[in-house]
Write a protein that binds this ligand. Structure first.
Ligand code: Z5A
Ligand code: MG
Length: 216
């Protein structure tokens, strides 16, 4: 019998929807079950490109809008082959934000010509998730979890547009099958339990299909 490949599990959602909280919990849960798991987040602010992104987000530098979009994408491509290798070696990869954020945050700026479809193009060919868990939270619930931070995109107008574009992306013909919406307004423990069920389902489906890791 051939060894099972790892799975690619992505968390997406609006600000303060609980992505980082749930990523940490899922990684701990899978490791407790004896699985080998790697935990990544995008932007990965530790690489040279990631440092440029960090400086841009925190207001320390300016970037032309197409340029910063391509830097966010390049930051994923830097790790693309490492992700594929991990998965092929049987290691599951849990990712906090991925190219879905890349598409919607850039498209939300309203720059002429930079619509969702244009923003998605540089992501084509990246490792495709087995499942993308979209943590869905209303603006009212998000506001209860604290005000906006100091980073560049943490402003109401931008966040409202991001919310609309995430909804549009979830209907995209090439995305709809991969994205599962999770009600992120419940308690941390309740959301975690729902996620465990969805991850088990997605992993069994991938194992039953026997298909290798796909590409976006
Ligand atoms: N960006 C981009 O433009 N292009 C790209 O390609 C990528 C990203 C990948 C930085 O992202 C920015 O980069 C982001 C998108 C853009 N810009 N914005 N705005 P980031 O991932 O570094 O941002 P973050 O600050 O780490 O994540 P976040 O989205 O703001 O938060 P979160 O991870 O979803 O939530 P959390 O930290 O887990 O929880 C937030 C708070 O809520 C915390 O106090 C928790 O204890 C609490 N919490 C969590 N769950 C619950 C529940 N269920 N109930 C009650 N309270 C809860
Ligand atoms: Mg986070």
């Amino acid at each position: 019998m051939t060894a099972r490949r790892g799975k690619l599990i992505v968390f997406e959602g609006l600000d303060r929807s609980g992505k980082s909280t749930q990523c940490d919990r899922l990684v701990a849960h899978l490791r407790n079950r004896g699985q080998r798991v790697e935990h990544l987040r995008f932007p990965d602010r530790t690489t040279p490109i990631g440092k440029m992104i960090n400086s841009y987000l925190s207001g320390g530098s300016q970037q032309e809008d197409h340029v910063i979009h391509l830097l966010f994408s390049a930051n994923r491509w830097e790790l693309a082959s490492a992700i594929s290798t991990l998965i092929n070696d049987g290691i599951t990869v849990v990712v906090d934000r991925y190219y879905y954020s890349g598409c919607v945050y850039s498209a939300a700026k309203g720059v002429v010509g930079m619509d969702l479809e244009w923003c998605r193009q540089p992501e084509v060919g990246l490792p495709r998730p087995d499942v993308c868990l979209f943590l869905d939270l209303s603006a009212e619930e998000a506001a209860k979890r604290g005000g906006f931070g100091l980073e560049r995109y943490e402003k109401k107008e931008m966040q409202d547009r991001v919310r609309e574009l995430f909804a549009e992306l979830r209907e995209h013909k090439d995305e709809a099958d991969d994205i599962v919406v999770v009600d992120a307004g419940c308690s941390v423990g309740e959301v975690e339990e729902i996620i465990h069920g969805l991850v088990d389902e997605a992993c069994s489906l991938a194992d039953r299909s026997g298909l290798p890791l796909r590409s976006v």
